[in-house]
Design a protein around this ligand. Structure first.
Ligand code: HEC
Length: 289
């Protein structure tokens, strides 16, 4: 076995097998094991050095044994070695792969049309073998997609989008509320408005009336605002509370930012509606400049 294959092939192959074994048996998730566990790099390096030194030692032993051989045995041995070296010579292999017809003249076929002649060149072997490889590949490809119904790019895309969607939902669930009075925007989703309405009926109707007509707190259905209209001001008022002593507390300790955003958006839908007992308008007309 050792005599069949030269060291420059054997060492890398054995090393790759060692790497393959570690990757197979060490569970490192999606990452390569030697990246997940840097200590493994050291182990692999030692393994590589071991392979190389084993190679050198065996060579040295062979050398010493060679010296003890009789002259004719030495000759036979050298010849054998020579042959082996040739068999695995890159040079030879390169020549084989790029083999070209030496004399095109000899290849000429009997086809001659108005002086245009036909040649019968052999295909360069590297080209031919690559062509065979594409045929083998085509079988694999056909089997994967058409017999075993492998994922097409479209299904792969859809699967990835679906799992990304789940990840986004998961993130939103766990992420802290990121809206504040600066970044807040009006929500128009029916579900958000509904949620805002529910929050309003629980927390706010006592002072602002169920339909926003007002009571202890001001009327929320007109276009006049004491503390400023528009989503940003409303968000700010609810979050931080009204003027001291008026009765409107800061809700930021009770409601999450996104809940405040929902109830603010709900309040904006009240503008222009006609409440049953509207409180007299207070404040100024507010317009977004
Ligand atoms: C205890 C009574 C009370 C409760 C409960 C209450 N508010 Fe108020 N709210 C007021 C008062 C009083 C004011 C006026 C504050 C001022 O003049 O500074 C006000 C002001 C406001 C304003 C500003 C109105 C303007 O004209 O600028 C908004 C918006 C508002 N409240 C929303 C809410 C929301 C939303 C809730 C429920 C989460 C709520 N309020 C709960 C009493 C209350």
């Amino acid at each position: 076995m050792r005599n069949m294959i030269p060291g420059w092939i054997r060492v890398p192959v054995l090393f790759l097998i060692v790497v393959g074994i570690t990757e197979y048996f060490i569970d490192s998730g999606k990452q390569f094991a030697f990246i997940e566990y840097p200590i493994l790099q050291l182990v692999l390096l030692v393994a590589l050095l071991f392979l190389i030194s084993a190679e050198i030692i065996v060579d040295a032993v062979e050398n010493t044994m060679f010296k003890t051989l009789a002259p004719d045995a030495k000759e036979r041995y050298m010849l054998e070695k020579q042959k082996r070296a040739e068999k695995y010579s890159l040079n030879r292999w390169f020549k084989q792969m790029t083999y070209a017809q030496p004399e095109e003249r000899d290849l000429e076929l009997d086809h001659n049309y108005d002086g245009i002649k036909e040649l019968d060149n052999k295909l360069p072997p590297w080209w031919l073998y690559s062509f065979y490889l594409t045929i083998i590949f085509a079988f694999g490809y056909m089997a994967y997609y058409h017999i075993f119904d492998g994922d097409t790019q479209l299904t792969e895309f859809e699967k990835e989008m679906a799992s990304a969607q789940i990840a986004v939902e998961e993130y939103k669930k766990n992420a802290p509320d990121l809206v504040d009075a600066e970044s807040v925007v009006v929500l128009t989703d029916a579900a958000d408005i509904e949620k805002g309405n529910a929050l309003y009926q629980i927390n706010c109707m006592a002072c602002h009336a169920a339909d926003g007509g007002g009571g202890i707190g001001p009327n929320l259905t007109d276009e006049l605002w004491i503390l400023g209209g528009g989503i940003k001001n409303i968000f700010h008022t609810i979050s931080e509370g009204g003027r001291a002593g008026k009765g409107m507390i800061a809700w930021k300790s009770t409601l999450s930012p996104s809940e405040i955003q929902q109830v603010s958006s709900y309040i904006l839908t009240l503008e222009g509606t006609t409440p049953a007992n509207p409180k007299v308008a207070e404040g100024d007309v507010w317009s977004e400049e």
